[in-house]
Write a protein that binds this ligand. Structure first.
Ligand SMILES: [Zn+2]
Length: 157
């Protein structure tokens, strides 16, 4: 037995297995293609070699996000659709570049917005965009050895 097989991984994230995906694999759920070491959108319809559900689809199915953005404060109440649009635009842009960056849940209520995501970097991009556009208070919390990141953005008035 190889020694690296008995070492407990620092993360218990079962979705962080990109290296196991093999060249030419495709996701039967979202039709992304694994090519040159990463998942990409396949616009031409390439050779479909090996069906393998990508991590974003698995996360969405299991409702197991890699990142989360929480928006609170009275500024959100008065600028709700504007803020929602900003977030949607960031997601759309990032998703165009990578199939693994997606929204799992977009839960917008009157006083707060919670967006759960398939990708921790996407959470950061959203946080950065909110701060850049509206300032306010941005706080990032990572949990333990996990990749999971939770972002809090808050602004009053
Ligand atoms: Zn997929």
């Amino acid at each position: 037995m190889r020694s690296d097989r008995i070492i407990q991984p620092k993360t218990n994230d079962p979705y962080h297995k990109a290296r196991k995906d093999s060249e030419g694999a495709y996701c039967p759920e979202c039709h992304a293609l694994y090519r040159q070491g990463r998942w990409v959108w396949d616009r031409k319809g390439g050779k479909l070699l090996e069906p393998r559900v990508c991590s974003a689809c698995r996360r969405a199915r299991d409702r197991f996000p890699a990142g989360e953005v929480l928006v609170t404060g009275s500024y959100f109440k008065s600028h709700r659709s504007e803020i929602e649009n900003l977030i949607s635009n960031v997601v759309g842009e990032e998703n165009g570049r990578s199939p693994l960056k997606r929204v799992i849940d977009f839960d917008s209520q009157e006083g707060a917005l919670r967006v759960s995501l398939t990708d921790d970097h996407l959470a950061r991009h959203i946080g950065d965009a909110l701060y850049k556009a509206y300032r306010g208070k941005l706080e990032v919390r990572r949990s333990g050895g996990d990749k999971f990141v939770r972002l809090y953005w808050h602004r009053d008035a």
